[in-house]
Design a protein around this ligand. Sequence first.
Ligand SMILES: [Zn+2]
Length: 64
Amino acid sequence: MGHSLETTKMHCPNCGELIELLIDCSIESQEYIEDCQVCCRPININVTLDQQEEPQVTLTSQDE
Ligand SMILES: [Zn+2]
């Protein structure tokens, strides 16, 4: 398994802008919070690897 870091572009759930995310593909399932590069609001990032070990990224807003 030679997977390591991979970049992907996703829309921010807060401002809708396209942002670049760095995904660590060596971890099967992870969840963390990162600030948006555009609006600086926190984004909840959920990453799971599918059966082809492709990262499936879900972004959710921290706003309530
Ligand atoms: Zn944003």
